[in-house]
Every structure is written in C-alpha cells, then in structure tokens.
Write a protein that binds this ligand. Sequence first.
Ligand SMILES: [Fe+2]
Ligand SMILES: [Fe+2]
Length: 159
Amino acid sequence: MSVDEWTIEKALQTGIIMEEGAYQLYTNTGKKVVSPGSKQMLKELAADELMHKEYFEKALKDPKKVLDTSKIQDLKKLVKDLGVTDPLKEADLKSDATYQEILIFAAKSEKLAYEFYSALAKQFKGHPLSAMWDNFAQMELGHKLKLEKEYEDVILKDN
Ligand SMILES: [Fe+2]
Ligand SMILES: [Fe+2]
C-alpha cells in the first residue's frame, strides 16, 4: 500500500489486526510454555494487547467517545507519509517455531508496533491524538523490553 493512503481509520484498522495477532500469539504461546514465570508474562502481554485492540475498536465504532472529534473531524482524513514499515507486511511465524524463535519474532513485532505508533504520534504532534499514539508506542516498547528480558532469563541462561 502506498504510504499516502494512510488515514486515521486505516491506522486504527491496522492497529486492530496487529493487536489481535499479538494477542493470539501470546495466548497460544502461553499455553505451550511450562515455566510459571513465562506463563504469567505472556498472560500479561496478551491482556495488554486485547485492551489495545478493544480501544481501537471502540474508537472506530464511536470516535466521539475515544477521540477528540473537535479536531479530528473525519476518520478518513489522510495521514502524510508515515515513513515506517507497514506492520502487517511482516512475515508469519511458522507453526512449529521454538520458544526462542517466538520470542525473537515477538520482540521484532513489538518494535514494528512501536515504530508504527511513534510515527503516528509524530504525525499528530500538538493534537490530542498524539498523546494516544505515543501512549501505545510506549506500551509496545515496554513489551519489547519484557520479551528481551525473558529471552535473557530463559534462553540465554539455559544454553
Ligand atoms: Fe499492543
Ligand atoms: Fe505489544
């Protein structure tokens, strides 16, 4: 998709698909891991992603409730060049991936999500929406750090 086709609506829809994917990944992986610490971490990540998804869904369904419509006016308004990779274009994870591969994939996805939301925050600088996107960006960055710590604790220490 060409970058100049981004709209607030499209960004929210992309967010929903991305958050749903992350929710599924953490939920499914949580069922497979044995360590209670890993299970707990994945459960927390899954809950965050579900919350993100629901927030965007609400924003699309009833923008007035979530977004500042006095300034947004129209969800179809074009967003300028975001200058980031479309987070949905990334390759899928194979179904027999190891925990190590999943952690690497997930951390990479969190980085893409962080970059995507950061780019949106930049686009909306000075606008109430900027804080919302920035909030999401910071949460995804936090997820990335959590996954990296898990990688260090579980994968590197086991090898
Ligand atoms: Fe998220
Ligand atoms: Fe995340």
